[in-house]
Design a protein around this ligand. Structure first.
Ligand SMILES: Nc1ncnc2c1ncn2[C@@H]1O[C@H](COP(=O)(O)OP(=O)(O)OP(=O)(O)O)[C@@H](O)[C@H]1O
Length: 586
């Protein structure tokens, strides 16, 4: 079994709290602590500040720190520390107003415009574009003239000016998710639009909106401080921007006074930005498991020797495949051993999730991101290809090991003609000239039963049916005369009549070319049709391998019996008997 030392399987953690995750990020923690301090200071300002913000002592104008004034006195003899503390309250309040207005207008409009689209979206987008085109500062100055000196009113206006940012973000996010199948399913199940927006869409888009909120909070503080620094706002209300202005006026008398409001603004804004970054990092990470690099080390064990019998093309021994989980490797293939002779067709059956595809993909060297062969060996044509460098695997794929996928349409690039997709591998892998590759492609298209090879050669994938697309992929897979063909449920996505044709095609090609085939399938009918031997997989292990006839007649393992008994009674199993190896080689 596995020579790796995998950590225990991760406990089901459910939805890990995003707050906790952000706090485990050092920068997120620092930002959260600093913001908490600022917010607590704002809330408890009257308890923290030793003086009222407007208390002034004439002898302490521009006084240095000390004598009751912790940070010294400002240009009017007021305690800088006390004003800083009360300033936190007013500054945060202004930012909160701008943020609330911006988010309330922008998110609501974005949700409706994105979800309903049509004229609503056009009109809202015009308004958003118009608002964005306005120079915010000029607008604020104009409103300042007409609405008076309240910075809070200015922040309401600023919130409106900021709302297009939220609107565009939300609308684009909603556009991205509104056609998801789960939204359609919610619609079909009779949920009202409002409920779908509130429960299904808002939940999905909330993360980027939260990040935007954090960034906009920082921007609001900067803009507010800038306005106050310019002299807008009520001078009797202590704010960090107002303090900045006062300190600037006395900069040559007390240069250090500018430091305190400057620091307060910088630290608070930086904390908002860092918090946004921490949330973004957490969300990008999502429920992604730990990276492979941080996982317990994989101790590979000796691969043994190549099979002595050169007729054995593929010899998989004790294969263990794992993916990084939250707290260690999760094994999805657990010690699989299989052998495949030259010219043999091996069926790999088993319920969904039993590890068939992962076993096949290990041979192709195409495990998904993070997946690793933790131990075991894959001897292919006398060479262990488990954990072969990618550059070496590339030389094998296509030329020696080919693949036919389950979904024909999604495996053809819609942007290129079928002819190009057929000739490209031949030119790259076999070094054929364009004209040679074209001649062979047309030959292959005829071979796989395309009625008009030329037309198919010049067609785009969307111009052919699913069955035809699968024939094209089969043609491509055999174009370089591979020794081994791995077909992963090649007929599942096709309708029943086409399934039979494609199977027959595979069977004929296999017999004609004498290649070995691993056929991943759920379908015992397919196994009976085409395979010589079959391996039954369950929970990442092979529970039984036998000749097809013998497995159908005398299944040894309970699980095999159960699978066979699950075949519908009224389905007449196809009784095609594949040619024996002897017959093939004869
Ligand atoms: N990228 C991945 N990360 C983590 N686990 C994965 C990944 N891909 C597959 N698995 C797990 O590996 C196990 C085996 O998957 P595999 O695709 O081999 O099953 P299968 O037998 O081919 O099923 P099906 O017939 O439905 O395709 C499953 O439990 C699956 O959840």
């Amino acid at each position: 079994m596995s020579a790796a030392t995998p950590a225990p399987a991760p406990a089901a953690s459910g939805r890990e709290s995003i707050v906790l995750s952000v706090l485990t990020n050092p920068l997120g923690l620092v930002a959260a602590v600093l913001l908490t301090v600022v917010i607590l200071t704002a809330v408890f300002a009257p308890l923290i500040a030793p003086f009222a913000p407007d208390d002034l002592q004439i002898f302490k104008i521009n006084a240095p720190p000390g004598d009751g004034y912790l940070l010294g006195g400002d240009g009017s003899g007021r305690d800088i520390f006390s004003r800083l503390v009360f300033g936190a309250r007013n500054t945060l309040l202004g930012a909160l107003i701008a943020l609330t207005v911006a988010a309330a207008i922008g998110v609501t409009a974005g949700l409706f415009a994105g979800y309903f689209g049509g004229r609503r979206e056009v009109v809202m987008s015009w308004i958003a574009d118009g608002l964005m085109a306005l120079p915010a500062l000029i607008v604020l100055l104009a409103f300042y003239q007409s609405l008076g000196s309240s910075i809070q009113v200015s922040m309401v206006i600023f919130g409106i000016m900021l709302s297009p940012g939220f609107y565009r973000l939300t609308r684009n996010l909603v556009n991205g998710v509104k056609h998801e199948l789960y939204v359609d399913a919610a619609r079909v199940s009779g949920l009202s639009d409002m409920r779908i927006i509130a429960r299904h869409i808002l939940l999905v888009i909330r993360a980027p909106v939260i990040i935007q909120t954090s960034i906009v909070a920082g921007i609001s503080i900067v803009i507010q401080a800038g306005l106050e620094f310019l002299g807008l706002g009520d001078p009797s209300v202590p704010t960090w921007g107002g303090m900045l202005q006062d300190a600037f006026a006395n900069m040559f008398v007390v240069p250090t006074a500018i430091l305190w409001p400057g620091l307060a603004i910088s630290i608070t804004v930086a904390s908002f930005v860092l918090l946004a970054n921490a949330i973004r990092d957490r969300l990008q990470q999502g429920n992604r498991p730990a990276s492979a690099a941080s996982m317990p080390k994989v101790v590979s064990r000796p691969a043994g020797a190549a099979p002595v019998d050169t007729d054995i093309l593929l010899d998989i021994r004790d294969l263990v495949v794992g993916y990084p989980g939250k707290s260690g490797w999760t094994e999805v293939v657990k010690g699989v051993s299989l052998q495949l002779r030259r010219g043999e067709v091996l069926g790999l059956v088993g319920e969904s999730g039993s590890g068939k595809t992962q076993t096949a993909f290990s041979v192709l060297g195409l495990l998904s991101t993070g997946g690793r062969i933790l131990s075991g060996s894959i001897w292919f044509d006398g060479r262990d290809i488990a954990n072969l460098p990618e550059s070496e695997m590339q030389k094998l794929r296509g030329k020696h090991i080919a693949y036919v996928p389950q979904e024909p349409m999604s495996n053809l690039d819609p942007a290129f003609r079928i002819g190009f997709q057929l000739t490209e591998p031949m030119m790259t892998v076999l070094g054929m000239s364009r004209s040679e590759a074209k001649a062979r492609a047309l030959e292959l298209l005829a071979k796989v039963g395309m009625p008009d090879p030329k037309r198919t050669f010049n067609a785009y994938p969307h111009q052919v049916s699913g069955g035809m697309a699968q024939r094209v992929l089969i043609a491509r897979s055999i174009s370089c005369n591979p020794d081994l063909l791995i077909a992963d449920e090649p007929t599942t996505a096709l309708d029943v009549t086409v399934q039979a044709e494609v199977l027959e095609l595979l069977r004929d090609l296999q017999a004609e070319m004498g290649m070995s085939v691993i056929l991943v399938t759920h379908n015992f009918g397919v196994v009976a049709d085409i395979c010589h031997r079959v391996s039954v997989m369950k929970d990442g292990q092979v529970v039984e391998t036998a000749e097809v006839q013998s497995l159908f007649a005398h299944p040894q393992h309970d699980y095999t019996r159960m699978l066979l008994s699950a075949v519908l009674d009224d389905v007449t199993p196809r009784t095609y008997r594949p040619r024996t190896l002897k017959e093939v080689s004869a």
